[in-house]
Design a protein around this ligand. Structure first.
Ligand code: UDP
Ligand code: MG
Length: 209
Protein backbone atom coordinates (compact mmCIF):
# COMPACT_ATOMS: atom_id res chain seq x y z
CA UNK A 1 0.00 0.00 0.00
CA UNK A 2 1.34 3.46 -0.87
CA UNK A 3 2.31 5.85 1.88
CA UNK A 4 1.99 9.62 2.04
CA UNK A 5 5.73 9.92 1.42
CA UNK A 6 5.36 8.11 -1.91
CA UNK A 7 3.21 10.87 -3.31
CA UNK A 8 4.82 13.90 -1.62
CA UNK A 9 6.02 16.68 -3.94
CA UNK A 10 8.99 15.82 -6.13
CA UNK A 11 12.40 17.35 -5.39
CA UNK A 12 15.03 18.26 -7.98
CA UNK A 13 18.70 17.24 -7.71
CA UNK A 14 19.50 20.13 -5.37
CA UNK A 15 16.70 19.10 -3.07
CA UNK A 16 14.46 22.09 -3.66
CA UNK A 17 10.83 21.50 -4.31
CA UNK A 18 9.84 21.44 -7.96
CA UNK A 19 6.22 21.60 -6.98
CA UNK A 20 5.92 24.31 -4.35
CA UNK A 21 2.28 23.50 -3.66
CA UNK A 22 1.62 22.31 -0.11
CA UNK A 23 1.04 18.68 0.71
CA UNK A 24 -2.58 18.13 1.66
CA UNK A 25 -4.16 15.05 3.18
CA UNK A 26 -7.94 15.04 3.37
CA UNK A 27 -9.33 13.25 6.41
CA UNK A 28 -12.84 11.99 5.79
CA UNK A 29 -15.34 9.78 7.58
CA UNK A 30 -18.81 10.02 9.08
CA UNK A 31 -19.63 12.18 12.08
CA UNK A 32 -18.09 10.55 15.15
CA UNK A 33 -15.72 8.36 13.14
CA UNK A 34 -12.72 9.79 15.02
CA UNK A 35 -11.25 12.21 12.49
CA UNK A 36 -10.34 14.90 15.02
CA UNK A 37 -8.94 12.45 17.58
CA UNK A 38 -6.70 10.73 15.05
CA UNK A 39 -5.57 14.06 13.55
CA UNK A 40 -4.33 15.12 17.01
CA UNK A 41 -2.26 11.93 17.11
CA UNK A 42 -0.92 12.41 13.59
CA UNK A 43 0.29 15.98 14.16
CA UNK A 44 2.30 14.89 17.21
CA UNK A 45 4.36 12.52 15.07
CA UNK A 46 4.45 13.66 11.47
CA UNK A 47 4.84 17.45 11.26
CA UNK A 48 1.46 18.31 9.80
CA UNK A 49 -0.81 21.21 10.70
CA UNK A 50 -4.33 20.08 11.54
CA UNK A 51 -7.15 22.13 10.04
CA UNK A 52 -10.65 21.04 11.01
CA UNK A 53 -13.20 22.63 8.69
CA UNK A 54 -15.89 22.24 11.37
CA UNK A 55 -13.70 23.93 14.01
CA UNK A 56 -12.90 26.81 11.62
CA UNK A 57 -16.62 27.30 10.97
CA UNK A 58 -17.41 27.23 14.71
CA UNK A 59 -14.64 29.79 15.33
CA UNK A 60 -16.15 31.97 12.60
CA UNK A 61 -19.51 31.90 14.42
CA UNK A 62 -17.84 32.88 17.70
CA UNK A 63 -15.91 35.73 16.06
CA UNK A 64 -19.21 37.46 15.34
CA UNK A 65 -18.66 37.49 11.56
CA UNK A 66 -21.52 38.50 9.29
CA UNK A 67 -21.79 34.88 8.10
CA UNK A 68 -22.06 33.60 11.67
CA UNK A 69 -25.82 33.22 11.84
CA UNK A 70 -26.00 31.48 8.47
CA UNK A 71 -23.22 29.06 9.47
CA UNK A 72 -24.86 28.38 12.84
CA UNK A 73 -28.17 27.54 11.16
CA UNK A 74 -26.54 25.21 8.64
CA UNK A 75 -24.62 23.35 11.36
CA UNK A 76 -27.76 22.97 13.47
CA UNK A 77 -29.46 21.34 10.49
CA UNK A 78 -26.42 19.21 9.56
CA UNK A 79 -26.25 20.97 6.18
CA UNK A 80 -23.14 21.81 4.20
CA UNK A 81 -22.00 25.44 4.37
CA UNK A 82 -21.37 27.08 0.95
CA UNK A 83 -17.94 26.16 -0.44
CA UNK A 84 -16.68 29.70 -0.78
CA UNK A 85 -17.09 30.32 2.95
CA UNK A 86 -15.28 27.16 4.04
CA UNK A 87 -12.56 27.43 1.41
CA UNK A 88 -11.76 31.01 2.40
CA UNK A 89 -11.36 29.93 6.03
CA UNK A 90 -9.13 27.01 5.03
CA UNK A 91 -6.97 29.18 2.77
CA UNK A 92 -6.53 31.78 5.49
CA UNK A 93 -5.57 29.15 8.05
CA UNK A 94 -3.08 27.57 5.64
CA UNK A 95 -1.39 30.90 4.98
CA UNK A 96 -1.29 31.80 8.65
CA UNK A 97 0.27 28.49 9.69
CA UNK A 98 3.54 28.95 7.79
CA UNK A 99 3.60 25.17 7.28
CA UNK A 100 3.41 23.33 3.96
CA UNK A 101 1.84 20.07 5.17
CA UNK A 102 -1.81 19.98 6.13
CA UNK A 103 -4.36 17.53 7.40
CA UNK A 104 -7.70 18.90 6.30
CA UNK A 105 -10.33 17.25 8.46
CA UNK A 106 -14.03 17.07 7.59
CA UNK A 107 -13.66 18.64 4.13
CA UNK A 108 -14.57 18.27 1.25
CA UNK A 109 -18.06 17.11 2.21
CA UNK A 110 -19.59 17.03 -1.26
CA UNK A 111 -18.51 17.01 -4.87
CA UNK A 112 -19.02 20.74 -5.16
CA UNK A 113 -16.73 21.38 -2.16
CA UNK A 114 -14.12 19.16 -3.77
CA UNK A 115 -14.23 20.70 -7.24
CA UNK A 116 -14.27 24.25 -5.85
CA UNK A 117 -11.28 23.62 -3.58
CA UNK A 118 -9.24 22.17 -6.42
CA UNK A 119 -10.24 25.00 -8.77
CA UNK A 120 -9.56 27.81 -6.29
CA UNK A 121 -6.34 26.53 -4.71
CA UNK A 122 -4.97 24.36 -7.51
CA UNK A 123 -4.21 21.75 -4.84
CA UNK A 124 -5.05 18.06 -5.11
CA UNK A 125 -4.69 15.89 -2.01
CA UNK A 126 -1.77 13.47 -1.89
CA UNK A 127 -3.82 10.97 0.03
CA UNK A 128 -7.36 10.75 1.40
CA UNK A 129 -7.80 8.97 4.73
CA UNK A 130 -11.22 7.40 5.12
CA UNK A 131 -12.22 6.48 8.65
CA UNK A 132 -14.77 3.79 8.03
CA UNK A 133 -16.95 3.32 11.11
CA UNK A 134 -20.23 1.53 11.87
CA UNK A 135 -23.11 3.96 12.18
CA UNK A 136 -24.26 2.60 15.56
CA UNK A 137 -20.76 3.14 16.96
CA UNK A 138 -20.60 6.71 15.58
CA UNK A 139 -24.00 7.43 17.11
CA UNK A 140 -22.85 6.06 20.48
CA UNK A 141 -19.71 8.26 20.41
CA UNK A 142 -21.57 11.43 19.42
CA UNK A 143 -24.20 10.97 22.11
CA UNK A 144 -21.66 10.21 24.83
CA UNK A 145 -19.25 13.08 24.11
CA UNK A 146 -20.17 16.30 25.81
CA UNK A 147 -18.71 19.21 23.92
CA UNK A 148 -21.83 21.35 24.02
CA UNK A 149 -22.23 21.18 20.25
CA UNK A 150 -25.59 22.23 18.84
CA UNK A 151 -25.48 19.29 16.39
CA UNK A 152 -24.75 16.43 18.81
CA UNK A 153 -28.42 15.58 19.39
CA UNK A 154 -30.14 12.56 17.91
CA UNK A 155 -32.25 14.56 15.48
CA UNK A 156 -29.29 16.40 13.92
CA UNK A 157 -27.09 13.30 14.09
CA UNK A 158 -29.54 11.41 11.85
CA UNK A 159 -29.43 14.31 9.35
CA UNK A 160 -25.61 14.32 9.41
CA UNK A 161 -25.53 10.57 8.69
CA UNK A 162 -27.84 11.09 5.73
CA UNK A 163 -25.74 13.94 4.34
CA UNK A 164 -22.61 11.84 4.80
CA UNK A 165 -24.05 8.93 2.82
CA UNK A 166 -25.61 11.03 0.08
CA UNK A 167 -23.01 13.77 -0.36
CA UNK A 168 -19.68 12.77 1.19
CA UNK A 169 -19.44 9.12 0.11
CA UNK A 170 -19.37 10.26 -3.58
CA UNK A 171 -16.25 12.33 -2.78
CA UNK A 172 -14.58 9.22 -1.35
CA UNK A 173 -15.62 7.24 -4.45
CA UNK A 174 -14.09 9.93 -6.66
CA UNK A 175 -10.74 9.73 -4.89
CA UNK A 176 -10.95 5.95 -4.85
CA UNK A 177 -11.09 6.04 -8.63
CA UNK A 178 -7.83 8.01 -8.52
CA UNK A 179 -6.19 5.49 -6.19
CA UNK A 180 -5.83 8.02 -3.37
CA UNK A 181 -8.02 6.55 -0.63
CA UNK A 182 -6.56 4.75 2.36
CA UNK A 183 -9.47 3.14 4.21
CA UNK A 184 -9.09 2.51 7.91
CA UNK A 185 -11.39 0.42 10.10
CA UNK A 186 -12.38 3.10 12.61
CA UNK A 187 -14.86 1.08 14.66
CA UNK A 188 -11.94 -0.09 16.84
CA UNK A 189 -10.44 1.63 19.93
CA UNK A 190 -8.41 4.83 19.35
CA UNK A 191 -5.00 3.17 19.90
CA UNK A 192 -5.64 0.37 17.47
CA UNK A 193 -6.89 2.78 14.82
CA UNK A 194 -3.77 4.89 15.26
CA UNK A 195 -1.55 1.87 14.60
CA UNK A 196 -3.19 1.58 11.17
CA UNK A 197 -2.88 5.33 10.62
CA UNK A 198 0.82 5.33 11.50
CA UNK A 199 1.54 2.71 8.85
CA UNK A 200 0.18 5.08 6.22
CA UNK A 201 2.36 8.02 7.30
CA UNK A 202 5.58 6.24 8.19
CA UNK A 203 8.31 6.21 5.54
CA UNK A 204 8.50 2.85 3.74
CA UNK A 205 11.82 1.93 5.41
CA UNK A 206 10.23 2.15 8.86
CA UNK A 207 7.07 0.28 8.01
CA UNK A 208 6.56 -2.96 9.84
CA UNK A 209 4.54 -5.57 8.03
N1 UDP B 1 -19.44 21.74 7.99
C1 UDP B 1 -19.59 22.22 6.71
N2 UDP B 1 -18.54 22.16 5.83
C2 UDP B 1 -17.35 21.62 6.17
C3 UDP B 1 -17.18 21.12 7.48
C4 UDP B 1 -18.25 21.19 8.36
O1 UDP B 1 -20.65 22.70 6.34
O2 UDP B 1 -16.45 21.59 5.33
C5 UDP B 1 -20.57 21.85 8.92
C6 UDP B 1 -21.66 20.82 8.67
O3 UDP B 1 -22.89 21.39 9.02
C7 UDP B 1 -21.28 19.70 9.65
C8 UDP B 1 -20.78 20.51 10.84
O4 UDP B 1 -20.11 21.64 10.25
O5 UDP B 1 -22.37 18.86 9.96
C9 UDP B 1 -19.84 19.80 11.78
O6 UDP B 1 -18.74 19.35 11.07
P1 UDP B 1 -17.52 18.58 11.83
O7 UDP B 1 -16.55 18.14 10.79
O8 UDP B 1 -17.02 19.41 12.94
O9 UDP B 1 -18.21 17.33 12.51
P2 UDP B 1 -18.54 15.86 12.07
O10 UDP B 1 -19.95 15.92 11.53
O11 UDP B 1 -17.60 15.37 11.07
O12 UDP B 1 -18.46 15.13 13.35
MG1 MG C 1 -14.45 16.86 13.97
Amino acid sequence: MGTVADVAPIKDTKGSLVNKKPTVVFVLGGPGSGKGTQCSNIIEHFGYTHLSAGDLLRAEIKSGSENGTMIQNMIKEGKIVPSEVTIKLLQRAMEKSGNDKFLIDGFPRNEENRAAFEAVTGIEPSVVLFFDCLEEEMERRLLSRNEGRVDDNIETIRKRFKVFLESSIPVIRYYESKGKVRKIDATRPVKEVFESVKAIFAPKSKQVH
